[in-house]
Design a protein around this ligand. Structure first.
Ligand code: PDD
Length: 287
């Protein structure tokens, strides 16, 4: 059975799923998205991703295309039709289709909705986490509203390509003061010399990661110390551990930054334990 996509009210074979050439997402990146991790075919951190979707849409004055309840049903139906147990669900909502003009279209335009589902090989993901990944740094060059999860991802795509060419899994953006903001598709963390967890605060120009938020809960329950405070790449190299979080990576140990080993150059105990605890929590609360 092949993959199935959802496009504007219809489930269609993935290979035949198309949007209009004047979709504003396609022409102007006038669209937002969300990604949910799937455990046993259920949506992880569902509430957090819905809340951020609603916020992203509202910041851009795009209406919710349907109620949260209806959207949940459609997302789950997409997962069911694809028979995916472990994987990712991608949802994109654009302002809709209208003759090209930078300003919003006059009159009512229906938001365009696309959903795709893909399987993830959890065994391979665990093997990758057990080895850890490398990151490279790159100058921050994104717009000032990275808190909105828009599909305007060209700087992120270029940063990720730079990482790939360097044999790394992720690129960390570094702002003009020399601090890491976040990854191209993840949030960045370290366990500093004193054993305190550190990640950038969300007043900075970063995405408010849902995985980050859930992990903060887990960390507090574990009684670990955490500072929502920026760090530099040098501090990451001098740290005991580093890791990234996101729906695609969950909690993934980082063992090198720009070719310089972090700590012992292998996944540390804190990141390894937090990965396990996060996955347990996400699995237990998935809907
Ligand atoms: N990316 N920062 C950026 C720039 C991201 O794109 C993402 C997620 C995150 C982590 O957010 P969350 O924990 O809510 O997934 C942080 C998704 C997975 C993507 O673009 O595929």
């Amino acid at each position: 059975m092949g993959r199935i996509a959802y496009v504007n009210g219809r489930f269609v074979p993935h290979g035949e799923a198309v949007v209009h050439i004047e979709d504003r997402g396609y022409q102007l990146a006038d669209a937002v998205y969300e990604v949910w991790a799937l455990f046993d075919g259920r949506l992880a951190d569902a509430e957090g991703h819905f809340a951020r979707l609603e916020r992203s849409l509202s910041e851009l004055s795009i209406p919710m295309p349907m109620s949260r309840r209806a959207l949940t049903i459609v997302l789950k139906e997409a997962v069911r039709r694809n028979r995916v147990r472990d994987g990712l669900v991608y949802l994109q909502v654009s302002r809709g289709v209208a003759p090209r003009d930078h300003a919003f279209p006059a009159g009512e335009v229906r938001p365009a909705v696309v959903i795709t589902v893909k399987a993830v090989d959890r065994a391979a993901a665990e093997a990758r986490a057990a080895k850890g990944v490398s990151v490279v740094t790159t100058p921050e060059n994104r717009w000032g509203r990275c808190d909105i999860k828009t599909v305007g991802l060209l700087p992120n795509a270029l940063a990720k390509q730079k990482a790939r060419e360097a044999g790394a899994a992720e690129a960390w953006f570094v702002d003009e003061l020399g601090f890491v903001t976040e990854g191209a598709s993840s949030n960045a963390w370290i366990v500093d010399g004193e054993g305190r967890l550190r990640t950038r605060d969300t007043n900075a120009n970063i995405l408010r990661g849902v995985t980050r938020l859930t992990l903060l809960d887990v960390i507090r329950e574990e009684g670990l110390q955490v500072d929502e405070r920026p760090f530099t790449p040098d501090e990451a190299v001098a740290a005991q551990e580093a890791f990234i979080t996101g729906a695609g990576t969950l909690v993934l140990p980082v063992v090198a930054v720009d070719g310089r080993p972090v700590g012992k150059g292998e996944p540390g105990p804190v990141a390894t334990r937090l990965r396990r605890l996060y996955i347990e929590r996400a699995r237990a609360t998935a809907i």
